[in-house]
Design a protein around this ligand. Structure first.
Ligand SMILES: N[C@@H](CCC(=O)N[C@@H](CS)C(=O)NCC(=O)O)C(=O)O
Length: 207
């Protein structure tokens, strides 16, 4: 039985949807970030970064949303979350997942947590605006990659598309959200139509 420590709409969305895709039994444990539960000693024992998500898989604890995606894909090869190891498609799957977590998500942390980067309100506003601008060429790169599509790996859905949906959702309050890029929009719509993703959205109370 997996245990996923999550907060609604957070970086736990993709691992949560991936768990739903596998059909494996799992328990959701709400981490109340509003009351700083992610900074409390019990949670820090699991994830010393004080961030969500964290997956408990039996005796093992794994954090970092992209790592959890890869782990679940490996443990459930029939769930169709990743192409076979050693294939060119698997390389591409790694490329997009790592690009999104390492580059796109990093820019989002500046957007949502400008306070980590600057002290004064005006400096924080500048960090936030800069990160919003920095994200646009990243959305353009993803959109171009989806030109043939409809998925990041062409005609084959993978966990990378779920991750893309999560990245796109986080831009919904920006002047130019990721879903204004047509190929991203098409991919996101396909991901959102998946019953497993619908179950995740419902369980997290998201629209
Ligand atoms: N790279 C990490 C980032 C996780 C992360 O930043 N999660 C956010 C929620 S989306 C969080 O817990 N923020 C709380 C904080 O930074 O204090 C991952 O993908 O798991």
């Amino acid at each position: 039985m997996y245990k996923l420590f999550y907060a609604p709409g957070s970086a736990a969305m993709a691992p949560h949807a991936a768990l739903e895709e596998t059909g494996a039994p799992h328990e959701l444990v709400l981490v109340d970030t509003g009351s700083n539960a992610h900074k409390k000693p019990e949670y820090l024992k699991l994830n010393p970064n004080g961030r969500v998500p964290t997956l408990v898989d039996g005796e093992h604890v794994i954090y970092e949303s992209a790592a959890i995606m890869m782990h679940l894909a490996d443990k459930h090869p029939n769930a169709g979350l990743a192409p076979a190891p050693g294939t060119p498609e698997r390389g591409l799957y790694y490329q997009w997942l790592v690009y999104m977590t390492n580059t796109v998500q990093e820019a989002y942390i500046e957007y949502f947590h400008a306070d980590y980067y600057a002290k004064t309100e005006s400096a924080q506003a500048e960090v936030k605006a800069t990160s919003e601008a920095r994200l646009q060429p990243m959305f353009a790169i993803l959109d171009k990659a989806l030109e043939q599509g409809p998925y990041l790996l062409g005609d084959k859905f993978s966990g990378a598309d779920i991750f893309l949906m999560m990245m796109a959702r986080w831009s919904r309050n920006m002047a130019k959200p990721a879903t204004t890029y047509p190929n991203i929009r098409r991919c996101v719509d396909l991901v959102l139509a998946r019953p497993a993703v619908q179950r995740m959205m419902k369980a997290e109370g998201l629209s």
